[in-house]
Design a protein around this ligand. Structure first.
Ligand code: ADP
Ligand code: ZN
Ligand code: MG
Length: 491
């Protein structure tokens, strides 16, 4: 208790923050939401454009069916209720990279509402409500160049104009920057599992705006919020929110008032700056998009989409703990991506001991990956390789020490375990049992009472002997060999 009180003093115990996040996720469709232009990232500027996404007069939008399916699937994964009928609306504003002068979005009738996801907060779980998930098109991209050497130009690339997005709006249920970070991590994980986006933040496939206010602890009404726009990493969002809490508490404590405004985060300085206030804020003049019919996702279509929903990370972790006798911590690492979890499960099913496979990932793989600065997806040793090595140790063919050496070689040469094992001529640990036999003989001689019990039929005493032998050999003895020799010598 003392520790938590001290922590909240640091954050200003008189005040508590209230946070709601708006996350934009780009859907992985091959073509744009209202035309058949490619969504491919990194093509030459303005090469993937047509009259529709250039906003030329008279061009008509045609809705991309796949975008609807992806958006619906994501909304389902976020436990939302799907509205059978939703309405596209025009959100009007002027911006150089918005050629139509409006963005087609959804407003009072979004695709989905009333969802929630679970996050972990200090050992327990907490539900964060999802207000809505709606479909919209992205705008183009302005590139500001040469401002440092005053040869200023702003170029506009409209390749991104009309790329399908979903916007995921959370309830103001998030109570700290750490919770915000955890929410974003879980949200991204779920979206990645559904496969509807690559959530690549560098390419802008996932963007986050943070809304934040503070209020005196215990007060029911929310304080005035500010919105921190377009922060491009989860770490920066957390920092920006931390900064905003301090700043807002400072303003209030010195008798000032928070103005509702949009702020930008400068990650180099670790500060936010006011960009535009509520008075200048946009009045978007939303109205129903006249060129598109209401979107109807009926019960039959919803069922078809729901049938493609994969097992989601949280459920998968629980099942893997039960199926393979691994720990929560194991499961956390092994479900980092869907591909990794799939690989682990395929390997674990074929392995003699799934638990040993999981143990090796934690004890031998993770440290080596960290030392090389690699993500687990980039590991030279595949899950199949880990499983193969686990089997070799399990059968007594190689020792724990040999496994470590082979792993070192695999990382040195950038090759999978099985390749290294072959290259090294399928090494085997010595079957010379004389040293082990000597240890066992000594232990048998030193424990006549347990020997007697064993010979009187209490076979479980063998566990005691195995323990003693392992201890005497400092864990180096091969368990299979120990068991075999003990059975021979005791029996
Ligand atoms: P706006 O009309 O300014 O866009 P919304 O009501 O649509 O505001 O909410 C946008 C986001 O801000 C949501 O994630 C919501 O949970 C969050 N939010 C709303 N009010 C507050 C507040 N007072 N403090 C913190 N977050 C808030
Ligand atoms: Zn187009
Ligand atoms: Mg809003």
């Amino acid at each position: 208790m003392v520790a938590t009180t001290e922590l909240s003093v640091a954050a200003g115990s008189k005040y508590e923050p209230v946070i709601g996040l708006e996350v934009h996720v780009q859907l992985l469709t091959a073509t744009k939401i209202f035309c058949s232009c490619s969504t491919h990232f990194g093509d030459p500027p303005n090469s993937n454009v047509c009259p529709v996404c250039l906003g030329l007069p008279g061009a008509l939008p045609v809705l991309n069916r796949k975008a609807v399916e992806f958006a619906t699937l994501a909304a389902m994964a976020l436990n939302c209720r799907i509205n059978e009928t939703s309405i596209f609306a025009r959100k009007n504003y002027f911006y150089p990279d918005l050629p139509k002068g409006y963005q087609i979005s959804q407003y009072d009738k979004p695709l989905a509402e009333h969802g929630a996801i679970e996050i972990k907060v200090g050992g327990s779980t907490k539900k964060i409500g999802i207000t809505r998930v709606h479909l919209e098109e992205d705008a183009g991209k302005s590139l500001h160049e040469g401002f440092a050497n005053s040869s200023e130009t702003t170029a506009i690339d409209l390749n991104r104009s009309g790329v399908p997005l979903i916007e995921i709006v959370s309830e103001p249920d998030i109570a700290s920057p750490d919770e915000a970070y955890e929410y974003l991590t879980r949200l991204k994980e779920i979206i990645l599992y559904t496969g509807v986006s690559d959530c690549n933040m560098e390419e802008g496939s996932l963007r986050c705006d943070g809304n934040i206010s503070v209020r005196p602890r215990g007060q029911k009404e929310f304080g005035t919020k500010t919105e921190v726009k377009n922060v491009n990493s989860f770490r920066f969002i957390r920092e920006a929110l931390e900064y905003e809490i301090e700043r807002q508490v400072g303003v209030i404590e010195s008798g000032g008032k928070i103005t509702q405004e949009t702020r930008l985060y400068n990650s180099v300085e670790g500060k936010t700056y006011g960009m535009r206030s509520k008075e200048q804020a946009h009045d978007y003049r939303y109205f129903p998009e006249p060129d598109l019919l209401p979107l109807v996702v009926d019960a039959k279509w919803q069922k078809e989409i729901r049938d493609t929903l994969p097992e989601l990370p949280e459920a998968r972790r629980k099942r893997m703990v039960a199926d393979y006798g691994i720990t929560e911590q194991d499961a956390q690492v092994l479900t980092l991506t869907k591909a990794l979890a799939d690989q682990f499960e395929a390997a674990a099913k074929a392995a003699r001991s799934p638990k040993r496979v999981a143990n090796l990932v934690q004890s031998e793989l993770m440290g080596r990956l960290k030392a090389k600065g690699l993500e687990i997806e980039q590991s030279p040793i595949s899950m199949k390789g880990v499983a193969a090595s686990a089997d070799l140790v399990e059968s007594g063919a190689i020792s724990g020490k040999m496994l470590k050496d082979l792993y070192d070689l695999a990382f040195e040469r950038g090759k999978d375990f099985s390749a290294i094992y072959e290259e090294e001529g399928r090494p085997e640990q010595s079957r010379d049992t004389s040293a082990l036999e000597k240890i066992i003989d000594e232990i048998i001689a030193a424990n006549p009472k347990q020997v007697e019990q064993y010979r009187a039929g209490k076979k479980t005493v063998v566990g005691f002997f195995v323990g003693q032998v392992m201890k005497a050999s400092k864990g180096q003895a091969n368990p299979q060999m120990v068991n075999d020799l003990l059975a021979k010598k005791l029996g």
